[in-house]
Design a protein around this ligand. Structure first.
Ligand SMILES: [Zn+2]
Length: 268
């Protein structure tokens, strides 16, 4: 563990990345932030706890510690839009999902400060992610990169209606072998939750950048509604009775996709 991320290593062909888990805003920067921003409401809360089951599958789990309000690890470092024409959030967002200002007047980072944050916070996460994928690729011909995300289920500024509970993103199938996506979809379809593949969320930068099935890296993003496991309102408590219902579904989605990876590896 460093100040920037937590890393637990396993040896299965499975890496769970949680780039929006972080709640930390470095002490030197805190004075620039509004009070509302310091509550870091747009965190992908508790996903380390929800995905703890993945350790029993032999997963490597990488989780960010720095808040997306400092820098968004799931955006390209040049900050081009992932969804051109739609309202979305940027590399160093200046507004929350609800449109509230993140910075005090005159404190938003300029280009020099954004570049500093790329080097100080963004690159270390990505270098670790790349190194861990390489380590696992040294042991397995095919590996699964599971991008774990969660979001408030209703955010009128970003999308029109309540989101489906489970949003699978693979860039229309380009970031993984179809058999791997099919297993994740099967588990979602057999569950009591609403779901969609490649709807509003098609996979962010990490899924798109690292997902390269021809090179043995199969990437799936799961954006899930926070209403399935927690209270979406401050203080954003984990709700064990809810989480206990969705966790077995996640286990089947990830486990099924991992079985498909094992089948690809066995087929050689
Ligand atoms: Zn996220």
């Amino acid at each position: 563990m460093t100040d920037l991320y937590t890393l637990e290593r396993g040896d299965a062909p499975l890496l769970v990345s949680i780039p929006h888990l972080g709640t930390a805003i470095p002490e030197a920067l805190r004075g620039q932030y509004t009070d509302v921003a310091l509550s870091v409401a747009d965190t992908d809360w508790h996903l380390d706890r929800l995905y703890a089951f993945a350790k029993s599958l032999g997963a490597t789990i990488l989780g960010a510690r720095v808040s997306r309000y400092v820098i968004d690890l799931n955006r390209p470092p040049n900050d081009e839009s992932l969804y051109p024409g739609q309202t979305t959030t940027s590399l160093c967002p200046t507004e929350t999902f609800r449109g509230e200002p993140i910075y005090r007047d005159g404190c938003a980072p300029d280009a020099t400060e954004r570049q500093r944050r790329v080097e100080a916070y963004w690159q270390p996460y990505h270098q670790t992610l790349r190194a861990e994928l390489q380590r696992l690729r040294g042991q397995h011909a095919n590996v699964l990169l599971w991008e774990a995300h969660s979001i408030a289920s209703v955010l009128p500024r970003l999308f029109d209606d309540k989101l489906p509970d489970l949003n699978i993103g693979t860039q229309e199938g380009r970031t993984t072998h179809a058999s791997v996506q099919a297993q994740a979809e099967k588990a979602a379809a057999e569950s009591a939750y609403t779901w969609i593949a490649n709807g509003r969320f098609k996979g962010g930068y990490i899924t798109r950048h690292f997902g390269a099935p021809q090179d043995g890296v199969h990437a799936i993003q799961l954006e899930m509604c926070q209403s399935t496991y927690m209270d979406e309102h401050a203080p954003f408590d984990y709700v064990p009775s809810l989480a206990g219902r969705v966790e077995p579904v996640l286990r089947k989605m990830v486990g099924g996709a991992l079985d498909a990876i094992h089948a690809l590896n066995a087929a050689g």
